[in-house]
Write a protein that binds this ligand. Structure first.
Ligand SMILES: NC(=O)c1ccc[n+]([C@@H]2O[C@H](COP(=O)([O-])OP(=O)(O)OC[C@H]3O[C@@H](n4cnc5c(N)ncnc54)[C@H](OP(=O)(O)O)[C@@H]3O)[C@@H](O)[C@H]2O)c1
Length: 170
């Protein structure tokens, strides 16, 4: 999973992100570029039209109602995972939103996490992380500056006891 949360695991409101942090957008691109990215229909629609499908990535959009040009549209999450596996993808990047994170959280062994050190009014949330279940590596904190209204941290989390429920590599 790739996600940015506030101090209370908030991720969005009214179909949009809660902040504009250019360094986090760069990290998101660096992590996901060249990979398959899986997202819910509402997250796909939240991406500005000129930036979608996300370039350099196979965009997989899960929806029971809609299909999108230039994307792999799937009606179930299992179909998305099977598609990535068929393409020999080793790491399927789950990029939100709340509904998708909740359904896949227990089956996820790695989280590229950004914590925004602030609290926002929100209507979309990431599942609460039990820190006992995860090893943290590469923790980096950045302070507020002229381009970033909030301090934020990047962390890589690896589940201590992998679930191996969805193994992509054949
Ligand atoms: N901070 C972050 O890192 C981050 C990342 C991503 C998104 N977000 C935010 O999260 C919010 C959007 O999250 P959300 O939970 O409202 O929506 P979402 O998870 O992006 O999309 C929900 C939609 O996905 C489809 N869906 C969900 N589960 C499905 C399933 N099992 N099978 C088939 N289709 C399924 C449905 O589409 P249909 O209704 O078409 O069937 C559903 O309405 C926005 O505010 C966005 O900005 C934040």
């Amino acid at each position: 999973m790739v996600v940015a949360v506030d101090e209370h695991f908030a991720i969005g409101k009214d179909g949009h992100l809660l902040w504009n942090l250019p360094n986090d957008m760069k990290r998101f691109k660096d992590i996901t570029y060249g990979h398959h990215v899986l997202m819910g229909r509402k997250t796909y629609e939240s991406i500005p039209v000129r930036f979608r499908p996300l370039p350099g990535r196979a965009n997989i959009v899960v929806s029971r109602t809609q299909q999108f040009e230039g994307c792999k549209s799937v009606a179930t999450i299992d179909e998305a995972v099977a598609f990535a596996a068929d393409c020999n993808e080793r790491e399927l990047m789950i990029i939100g939103g709340s509904e998708i994170y909740k359904q896949l959280f227990e089956r996820t062994d790695k989280i590229y996490l950004t914590i925004v050190h602030h609290t926002f009014d929100a209507d979309a949330f990431f599942p609460t992380i039990d820190w006992n279940d995860w090893d943290i590596s590469n923790e980096q904190r950045f302070e507020q500056d002229e381009k970033h209204a909030y301090a934020y941290s990047f962390l890589d989390l690896t589940r201590k006891q992998p679930t191996a429920k969805y193994t992509l590599a054949k």
